[in-house]
Design a protein around this ligand. Structure first.
Ligand SMILES: [Zn+2]
Ligand SMILES: [Zn+2]
Length: 150
């Protein structure tokens, strides 16, 4: 069953790929993450002078078990896996998505998100990771924006 997670996110995009069901309902997510996602989509469309350029998800919510499998495949270790913001926090909330779009280069997308954060337009963005084909966003705030390039 497909559920709407937020105005422009559906459960088949956001749920854990192992089939466990985590991430298939709005309450699995930090509301600030969903708000940040929707703002990024809105700001991207504003920037492009368009209305319906989609922002897509390549890194959804992950249960701990599946996250360890993902880490093993990507990094050949489970070290650090359990701290992933894609996994449930102590309240069961996923705080991260990896996102992409097909309108501009990924670096441009990343740089715009950074600029919007600096302008105060994304007040809940806590972490911003740039990868070659996607951008990681999360809401874990430590008093400054955490940034990295993967
Ligand atoms: Zn799972
Ligand atoms: Zn991520």
């Amino acid at each position: 069953m497909k559920r709407r997670i937020s105005p422009n996110l559906m459960s088949h995009e956001t749920q854990c790929r192992c089939g466990c069901g985590y991430g298939s309902k709005p309450s699995d997510f930090d509301p600030k993450l969903l708000d940040t996602f929707e703002k990024i989509r809105f700001l991207l469309n504003m920037k492009l002078g368009k209305k319906n350029v989609p922002v897509l998800v390549s890194g959804p919510a992950r249960c701990l078990k599946h996250n360890r499998e993902v880490y093993m495949r990507l990094y050949e270790t489970t070290a650090g896996a359990d701290g992933s913001k894609h996994c449930p926090d102590r309240w069961g909330k996923c705080r991260s998505l990896d996102i992409y779009q097909n309108a501009v280069r990924n670096k441009q997308f990343h740089d715009w998100i950074l600029a919007w954060q600096e302008e105060g337009l994304l007040p809940h963005l806590g972490g911003l990771g740039e990868y070659h084909n996607r951008v990681h966003i999360d809401t874990h705030w430590i008093g400054r924006l955490r940034r990295w390039h993967g």
